[in-house]
Every structure is written in structure tokens, then in C-alpha cells.
Design a protein around this ligand. Structure first.
Ligand code: ADP
Ligand code: MG
Length: 146
């Protein structure tokens, strides 16, 4: 049986708070795909997840659009925040060596991961964020009852 949770947030702060709470339900190793258009709030949600794991302060979590991978190390787990927006080919993907990050201690949070069949297949959970208004977001968290 699968159970998805629908959440509505009305500000970036509420999305960060949702991320903090979500962190309590994530475990390493895990591969999380974050889906949603540009500006949906994927990076904002990761700010909260990083805080929840005491891995980074929200203001220190920034978009890895150009840097591609950011690492946030918490006491228990290491978060790898990846953005594949600018990655289009398998060859480019290979240069990121994401396989090396699939480790018992790690959680991978991948924006635009659905672009690659592999991550659609291997993901443990998908989080979909939709813009519902200027500051309103609909955030659907896939089944986490592992
Ligand atoms: P993405 O990573 O999906 O491209 P970002 O998290 O970088 O998106 O940006 C989301 C933008 O939307 C930010 O400018 C943020 O301030 C704004 N925003 C407005 N309302 C919300 C909300 N409820 N949740 C998340 N972000 C919001
Ligand atoms: Mg982003």
C-alpha cells in the first residue's frame, strides 16, 4: 500500500519548516528526487531538510545549479544536494560520479533527477512541488512507510 502526503505551504519559511519535519522521516541511505519547475521551491525545501539533520543552516544552503553538488555533513548523515538542470547527457552525468555517493551514511537530494530514467527507477521517494499561487506551494511527499 502506498500513501502520499499532500502539504500546502504559504511562505518560504513554511516550506523550510516542512523540510525540517520531513528530515525526521528520512534515513540514510536514501535517494530523494525533488520535482518541480524552476522557482517551485525545491532548494527551499532542502534548506529545511539540512537544518533538520543539523547539517547546515538554511541560509547556508544555496542552489547547486552551477556547482552541481553541495555537501552538507551532519552528525549522523551526510546530505548531497544535486541539481541536474544543466546536465543533459549520460556522459555529463557520469562526470558527477554520483555512484560514489551511494553510501550507507548518505542521503542524496536530487533536483531534476527525473530527467534520467535511472533515477526514476532507483529513487526511494519523490517529492513533487507545484506553484499554487505567488507564495503558495503544493508539496506532495511520496510514500515513506518503508
Ligand atoms: P527551485 O529550487 O525549485 O528552483 P527555489 O527554492 O530556489 O526553487 O526558489 C523558490 C522561490 O519561490 C524562492 O524565491 C522563494 O522565496 C519563493 N517562494 C514563495 N513562496 C514559497 C513557498 N511557499 N515555498 C517555497 N518557496 C517559496
Ligand atoms: Mg533549486
Amino acid at each position: 500500500m502506498s500513501e502520499s502526503a499532500v502539504n500546502i505551504t504559504r511562505s518560504p519559511e513554511e516550506t523550510i519548516e516542512l523540510g525540517r519535519r520531513l528530515a525526521e522521516r528520512l534515513r540514510a541511505p536514501m535517494l530523494v528526487v525533488l520535482r518541480g519547475d524552476l522557482g517551485a521551491g525545491k532548494t527551499t525545501l532542502v534548506k529545511g531538510i539540512a537544518e533538520g539533520f543539523h547539517a547546515a543552516k538554511s541560509e547556508d544552503v544555496t542552489s547547486p545549479t552551477f556547482t552541481l553538488i553541495h555537501e552538507y555533513r551532519g552528525p549522523k548523515v551526510h546530505l548531497y544536494h544535486v541539481d541536474l538542470y544543466r546536465i543533459d547527457t549520460q556522459k555529463e552525468l557520469d562526470t558527477l560520479a554520483l555512484d560514489d555517493l551511494m553510501d550507507a551514511k548518505n542521503i542524496l537530494l536530487i533536483e531534476w533527477g527525473e530527467k534520467f530514467e535511472r533515477f526514476r527507477r532507483e529513487r526511494d521517494v519523490e517529492i513533487v512541488i507545484e506553484r499554487a499561487g505567488e507564495n503558495e506551494r503544493r508539496i506532495v511527499v511520496g510514500d515513506l512507510s518503508l
